[in-house]
Every structure is written in C-alpha cells, then in structure tokens.
Design a binder for this molecule. Structure first.
Ligand SMILES: Cc1cc2nc3c(=O)[nH]c(=O)nc-3n(C[C@H](O)[C@H](O)[C@H](O)COP(=O)(O)O)c2cc1C
Ligand code: SF4
Ligand code: SF4
Length: 301
C-alpha cells in the first residue's frame, strides 16, 4: 500500500545547485511531516525501486544546452513503470530564458508514458557553473528566492494545485537542435586533460565523477567518452589543473559556497530588485513574476 508520508527525489546535480534546491524541497516536506529520500544519479548508477511507496516523486536536473543532461536520459530509460504515481519536475539553470523550459518536454512525455502523473514543472534560477562565475550578491539572492520558491512548490503539491507549463513549439525545435550536446559531451570527454604540473594527484576528480569517466593509466589521469559534461571535475579541482576540452574558456573553478555566502552579512541581498544594464537585466521578468507569485502565496505582503 502507498505510504502517504514519503517523497522520493531523483536528482542529478553536476556541481551542487540542483542538489541544494532538492534539499530545500526536502526540508519543506519535512516541515509538513513527510520523510524525503534523495537518490543522486551517478556512478554506480542507482537502482530505482519501490516507486509505489511514495506519495510524490520529484525529478531534479540542471539544464544542459536547453535539454536534460545526458546522464538523466539513462534515468528515464531505467525508470520503472507505475500507475498514477504523482510526479513533479524541478530544474535549475543559470539563465531565465524561456527556452530552458523546453528541456523538460521529453521528460514529461516519457513520464506520462510510464504511468506517472506529472503535477508541476518548476524552474529555479541558480548560478552558472559554466561561462562565468556569478557575483556573490546575485548568488545570495538566487538562493534566497529558491528557498521561497521551493516552499511554494511543496505547498502547491500538497494543496493539489497543478502547475504545468506549455512547451512552445519554437523552443522545442531549438532544444532539439541543441541535442547535439550529447555527442559533444562524448567528444569533449575525450579532450579533457590534466595539467600535470598543477595536479597533486588528490584524485578528487576521479572519485567524484558521476559517470566514472576518469581513470588512471600508467600513473596518469585519463578521461574517456562517458562524460556528461557536468563540469564537476573542473569546478572542484583544488589546483585548477583540469583543461575541460573545448569548454575550457567557459570554465568556472571553485564551488559556490552557499552556506558562507548566506551567512555573510556584508553581502547585501536585493540584487535583482535593482536596475541592471548588463546581463542581469534579463532576469527582471523572471523575478517580477516570482515576486507576484510570492505575494499571491501570502509569503510576503
Ligand atoms: C554543459 C552545460 C550546459 C548548460 N546549459 C545551460 C542552458 O542551456 N541554459 C542555462 O540557463 N544554463 C545552462 N547551464 C548552467 C546550469 O544549468 C546551471 O548552472 C545549473 O544550476 C547547474 O546545476 P548543478 O550544479 O546541479 O549541476 C549549463 C551548464 C553546463 C555544465
Ligand atoms: S582534482 Fe585536480 S589536483 Fe586532484 S587529481 Fe584531479 S586534476 Fe589532480
Ligand atoms: S569527466 Fe568531469 S565533466 Fe565529465 S562527467 Fe566526469 S566530472 Fe563531469
């Protein structure tokens, strides 16, 4: 029989953003008396069982080139069929562009085909783990907003409020073209190199690669074709020793320390309520809409 107080989150998170959001969701379910199991998709690939025990299954992933990450396709393939299990999607991305919404089109379709009842699809903005590092003020605001959005998401699920999105045809088309990234990840995996002079052989990259793409041969760190282009190895290397193939110019080295950024009072909040003329001007619409949602949810007056 289905337990009414259990939630399962199936998360892939390359560099920690999506996992951070997943933990927020778990915390809010916890406040409502639910127990949340989190399964991270990685190496070895986890077994997904006893789906029917859960009241809700949450599917969390970072947007990769307007699609789900390569490794997440494997999750869909292995996911057991069910009958009417309630599901929700939460995705994180660095940009607010609506094109990112198309990333969950195939996922939603396949979940429905496998018998899941998809109730909502929520887009969280989190800092870029590729292209450039977001300033601490932006990071603080994003995480604070994410915290409130995750609360709204949980409340809506428990109140039976559905929040699905329309996948516009032109976005679906563009996201289809960008599926070339799956081949790109395979090729890029083979191009990743370690700068031997910088590397101290701590093996953090090898131990943490979610696809087992990193191995040692003749005492050297090598990469193969199983890469999912998550940027984890490049971001977490303590010596910035990894050249991440053709994405190297877009490398962000060093994890975002959310706990430290949130606790640091000298980093002011309110970044997105200010006027921006740079890249961050594109975030205005997303955060205006979220502000309205927060007011409607009576979480702020
Ligand atoms: C290969 C790759 C492709 C990405 N493509 C997009 C994208 O299409 N749109 C976007 O807004 N962010 C994109 N990003 C940024 C991530 O979606 C974003 O930083 C996300 O929160 C990372 O989550 P994670 O830490 O859980 O891996 C991309 C990141 C990577 C590594
Ligand atoms: S994480 Fe960096 S320093 Fe450590 S083994 Fe890998 S490449 Fe070398
Ligand atoms: S090699 Fe690096 S970028 Fe590729 S999957 Fe492993 S950790 Fe991610």
């Amino acid at each position: 029989m289905k337990q009414k107080d259990k939630v399962l989150l199936l998360i892939f998170s390359g560099t920690g953003n999506t996992l951070t959001v997943g933990n927020m969701i778990a915390e809010h379910f916890g406040e409502k008396g639910f127990i949340t199991d989190i399964i991270e998709i990685g190496n070895p690939f986890p077994k997904i069982e006893n789906i029917e025990d859960y009241r809700f299954i949450g599917f969390g992933y970072p947007v990769h080139a307007f699609n789900i990450p390569k490794i997440y396709r494997r999750l869909i393939a292995y996911l057991p069929n069910t009958s009417e299990t309630s599901a929700f999607i939460f995705k994180t991305s660095g940009e607010p562009f609506l094109l990112n919404s198309a990333s969950s089109y195939i996922l939603t379709k396949k979940l429905k085909r496998k018998g899941y009842k998809v109730l909502s699809d929520t887009h969280f903005l989190m800092p870029y783990n590729i292209i450039f590092r977001y300033p601490d003020r932006a990071v603080k605001a994003m995480v604070n907003y994410g915290e409130t959005l995750s609360k709204i998401l949980v409340n809506n699920l428990l109140n039976g409020k559905q929040e699905l999105i329309k996948y516009k045809r032109r976005y679906r088309l563009i996201s289809t073209v960008f599926r070339i990234q799956y081949l790109g990840a395979t090729i890029n995996g083979l191009l990743i190199k370690v700068r031997r002079k910088k590397c101290n052989k701590c093996l953090r990259c090898l131990k943490n690669c979610p696809t087992g793409n990193i191995f040692i041969k003749d005492g050297k760190i090598k990469f193969s074709s199983k890469c999912t282009m998550c940027m984890r190895c490049a971001m977490m290397c303590p010596n910035d020793a990894i050249k991440i193939g053709f994405l190297n110019r877009w490398k962000v080295n060093g994890k975002y320390d959310f706990t430290q950024i949130l606790a640091n009072d000298s980093i002011e909040d309110g970044f997105f309520s200010e006027q921006h003329t740079d890249f961050f001007r594109y975030f205005k619409k997303y955060y205006n809409e979220l502000d309205n949602k927060i007011i409607q949810a009576k979480l702020r007056s």
